[in-house]
Unconditional design. Structure first.
Length: 378
């Protein structure tokens, strides 16, 4: 009888053990699924930020804040090589440490990581020690994880996590961290074009206007507040002749004065840039094509009434008269020039490619009769 009871108890214990193992597996499975859902949610947040109408730096700082909040990380810093130097794109570390953080690629302890695209985990074992890359600080970070960042096998920078606790990342699930790193790389890839556009914007020295790239970065934020906007490209069609027949200075003066007239007449919410050479673009933010007709007619008339005059100059000339050198004063005729303008107008729809629209407008202007001076709608 006792033996039967023992056998029953053993079976019961075995069943309970199996049941507990099964429950544990379900819990682990649930945790894994929950973690996957959380990672997916974080990725969705990353992609949402990437699509926002913000600067690249603002987007990366938002993403860094998400990392810190969602994964309970003390310090997180994203450093990118911009082609000339290493730049901190996002961090929550005090500025006094920024110089150290932008020079980690020079630290011997991380050089193999950069060369081999492998992560590195370092920590201290005693309170009186400091991490190898720290110069004077000791209390801020006591453990760190370093991740080199690559896009299509091209090294672009690194991401470093830091903690004020020793051995803080000993039990960290590195697969989760790798997912975050991959998400950072995805966002960096997504905003690479925007970053390039923001950094190549220049100011034209003759007009004080932004270059065409401004339309594709900061300018776009202005007119993308509206579902549609009228886009006008105009060309000073006789600028090349003025440069050749009169002078380059005369041509520069024409360009400067034309831009001054336009700047004085357009509203502050409109975007005006020097597109290229004799071509300019005005984006009438939130305005319909038909509504700009009268404005452009007045603008065209005012521009073409402009006259630039180069004053006559006395020129000293030495001639040989009866075998002697004689100085003779000659007077040059004053030069005058007026611009002729050709306009083309179309509609930009929010969410579509402004650069493609500009190409279409440019092709239209370049394909028209060189002497045409009209306002055209396409």
């Amino acid at each position: 009888m006792v033996i039967i009871v023992i056998i029953v108890l053993l079976i019961a214990i075995a069943v309970l053990v199996l049941y507990n193992i099964n429950i544990q597996k379900k819990i682990e499975s649930y945790n894994n699924i929950n973690q996957q859902i959380n990672n997916l949610s974080v990725l969705q947040e990353f992609l949402k930020v990437a699509g926002e109408e913000e600067s690249v730096d603002a987007k990366l700082n938002k993403i860094n804040e998400i990392i810190i909040e969602e994964y309970d990380i003390k310090y997180s810093t994203i450093v990118v090589f911009d082609g000339a130097e290493y730049v901190i794109k996002a961090t929550n570390v005090d500025k006094i440490h920024h110089e150290t953080l932008t020079n980690l690629h020079n630290e011997e302890i991380f050089q193999d990581c950069v060369n081999n695209a492998t992560p590195k985990y370092i920590t201290i074992d005693n309170e009186d020690e400091k991490l190898p890359y720290q110069k004077v600080e000791m209390g801020r970070a006591k453990s760190a994880m370093f991740f080199p960042l690559y896009i299509d096998n091209i090294y672009i920078g690194y991401w470093i996590l830091e903690s004020g606790r020793m051995h803080a990342f000993d039990k960290t699930d590195t697969t989760i961290i790798e997912v975050i790193k991959d998400n950072i790389i995805s966002v960096l890839s997504t905003v690479a074009y925007q970053d390039a556009m923001e950094n190549i914007v220049r100011v034209d020295k003759f007009t004080g206007l932004y270059s065409a790239e401004y339309l594709y970065s900061k300018g776009k934020k202005t007119f993308d507040k509206y579902p549609t906007s009228a886009v006008c490209m105009f060309k000073i069609i006789n600028l090349e002749d003025i440069n050749e027949k009169d002078s380059r200075q005369m041509g520069n003066d024409i360009v400067t004065e034309v831009s001054n007239i336009v700047k004085a007449k357009i509203a502050s919410q409109y975007v005006f840039v020097r597109y290229m050479g004799p071509k300019f673009v005005i984006v009438f933010s939130g305005v319909e094509e038909e509504s700009v007709d009268e404005f452009l007619k007045d603008l065209k008339n005012e521009i073409e009434e402009l006259e630039i005059v180069e004053e006559a100059e006395d020129v000293k000339v030495v001639r040989i008269i009866n075998g002697k050198k004689v100085r003779v004063k000659e007077r040059k005729e004053e030069k005058k020039a007026s611009p002729k303008i050709n306009f083309v107008v179309s509609t930009y729809y929010k969410g579509t490619g402004i650069e493609q629209l500009n190409l279409k407008l440019e092709e239209y202007l370049d394909s028209t009769d060189p002497n045409e001076s009209k306002i055209n709608y396409i």
